[in-house]
Write a protein that binds this ligand. Structure first.
Ligand code: SF4
Ligand code: SF4
Length: 79
C-alpha cells in the first residue's frame, strides 16, 4: 500500500512544529497563502524528499498534516 502526505490547510496554524521535526526538510511555511484562520499554512515544498515516516503527523497538534493509504489501482483508474 502506498502512502500519500496530505495537508489540510484550513486546520494549520503555521506553528512550524512539523517543519522542525521533519528530518528531510520537506515542509515550508507558505508565505503566499493565508488560510481562513489568518495563518500562513505549511506546504509540501519538496515532496520528492518525503520518506513517509509520519513524524510530522505525530507532532502536529491540529491534525493538519497526515499520511493516507492510497490504493494504487484506484488511483490509476481515476486518472
Ligand atoms: S512524513 Fe516524514 S519525511 Fe515526510 S514530511 Fe513528514 S516528517 Fe518529513
Ligand atoms: S501542519 Fe500542524 S505542525 Fe505543521 S505548521 Fe501546521 S499546525 Fe503546525
Amino acid at each position: 500500500m502506498m502512502k500519500e502526505l496530505i495537508v489540510n490547510e484550513s486546520y494549520c496554524k503555521g506553528c512550524g512544529m512539523c517543519i522542525w521535526i521533519c528530518p528531510f526538510n520537506v515542509l515550508e511555511i507558505d508565505k503566499e497563502r493565508i488560510n481562513s484562520m489568518g495563518y500562513h499554512p505549511v506546504k509540501i515544498a519538496h515532496p520528492e524528499k518525503c520518506v513517509k515516516c509520519g513524524l510530522c503527523e505525530y507532532i502536529c497538534p491540529d491534525f493538519a498534516i497526515f499520511l493516507v493509504e492510497v490504493n494504487k489501482v484506484v488511483r490509476s483508474e481515476n486518472k
